[in-house]
Design a protein around this ligand. Structure first.
Ligand SMILES: Cc1ncc(COP(=O)(O)O)c(C=O)c1O
Length: 379
């Protein structure tokens, strides 16, 4: 094949340029305006549950503003998922607080509820105070066991901030990921389910929380004619130009999700009966992943190869893949943080690959990718 197949390339509807042109024509070339309002409205209707949505400059900014509004500050601990991208945990460190890492369970690869409860009890025993927040992730778009996580959070009266950056459109029991916790986080970075080139959003419980989020996102300016500041704020609002891209993308969001699921289904059929290759799929029908990226585990014993050899071979054949996230408790920057581990995320990291799933991946591409993966197997 002469073209290169990427994991998840941005894909435009064509309407993005109209919204951007409108912004230029009306001179709304600022980090607020009609596109921002309309994009927030589109997202609000998409996620449902009577939530409000604030469009921000990045998913990372959304996590940061969620933590600030949950009162996370220096000396606090926040329970994080270890198996994730660093942006889930870094904003905890921005606040001078400590991420405490929890390993994954096998079914969803997300935060293990049993370890979560063990960690809460242990942190209270060791530090004399409760963790300030729980930050589970719906990794690769697979919903976490969010009902169990929320039940434990409620039992100990600790708020949940859901990282749904990779899970726009994923559902647990028919409810959209990002709407279970006090706050939920979305990302529209270049490779996500939809993109605004860069951007994110915070899903918030009500209008008051929306106002407060916008206040922190615009340098915490108090309502005076002059510039009065009583709190530390941030420059985190989404630009009206980026929101124009977002509005265009909302017109194809359902198509994108359907396509990612279709690609996953094709992989599922093609890998049936292939010894040593396991495609990650919904554990049962309560889970409805968006399959942002399809992921496979490669068993070295059964295949005679490993994820890294396969990655290098596929790269030579024009196929982009990526190792699964390296768990945070194994990252040098977090190596001294408290962690509660069971070996699951480390094992996944040593066996897994993300394979292409984006809107540009065709049925023929999937067949070619599977053929090339099979060609790597030595047993
Ligand atoms: C799990 C997870 N959390 C947070 C983020 C941060 O989002 P952003 O890149 O929009 O800051 C990302 C993606 O980049 C992510 O994959």
């Amino acid at each position: 094949m002469d073209k290169r197949i990427y994991l998840c390339l941005a894909h435009m509807s064509g309407k993005e340029q109209d919204f951007i042109r409108e912004a230029f024509d009306t001179n709304w070339v600022v980090p607020l305006g009609p596109n921002v309002n309309a994009f927030e409205d589109d997202l609000k209707h998409f996620v449902g549950q009577n939530k409000e949505v604030v469009a921000l400059s990045a998913g990372t900014a959304a996590i940061h503003l969620g933590l600030i509004q949950l009162g996370v500050s220096a000396g606090d601990e926040v329970i994080c998922q270890s198996f994730t991208f660093c942006a889930s945990a870094n904003p905890v460190a921005y606040q001078g607080a400590t991420p405490v890492f929890i390993d994954s369970e096998e079914d969803t690869w997300n935060m293990d509820p049993a370890l979560l409860e063990e960690a809460i009890k242990d942190r209270i025993a060791k530090t004399g105070k409760k963790p300030k927040a729980i930050l589970p992730v719906h990794l690769y778009g697979m919903p976490a066991r969010i009902d169990e996580i929320c039940a434990i959070a409620a039992k100990y009266d600790i708020p949940v901030l859901e990282d749904a950056a990779e899970a726009l459109g994923s559902e647990f029991k028919g409810q959209k990921c990002g709407t279970f916790g006090t706050f939920g986080v979305l990302s529209f970075n270049g490779n996500k389910m939809i993109t605004t080139s860069g951007g994110g959003a915070l899903i918030v419980p009500d209008e008051a929380a929306k106002k407060q989020t916008m206040f922190y996102a615009t340098q915490a300016r108090e309502p005076f004619p002059h510039y009065q500041h009583e709190k530390i704020g941030y420059n985190y609002r989404m630009s009206n130009i980026c929101a124009g891209i977002g509005r265009g993308q909302m017109t194809v969001l359902e198509d994108h999700i359907a396509h990612h699921r279709h690609v996953h289904d094709l992989y599922a059929k093609a890998f049936e009966g292939v010894e040593g290759i396991t495609l990650k799929s919904n554990p049962d029908d309560r889970f409805n992943a968006n399959y942002w990226l399809s992921t496979i585990l490669i068993d070295p014993e059964k295949t005679g190869t490993n994820y890294d050899e396969v990655r290098v071979q596929l790269d030579a054949k024009g196929i982009e893949t990526r190792p699964l996230w390296k768990p945070m408790h194994l990252q040098p920057v977090y190596v001294n943080n408290p962690c509660y581990v069971n070996g699951v995320s480390e094992r996944l990291f040593n066996m897994g690959l993300c394979i292409p799933a984006g809107p540009w991946v065709t049925d023929e591409d999937v067949a070619y990718i599977v053929e090339q993966i099979k060609a790597c197997l030595k047993k």
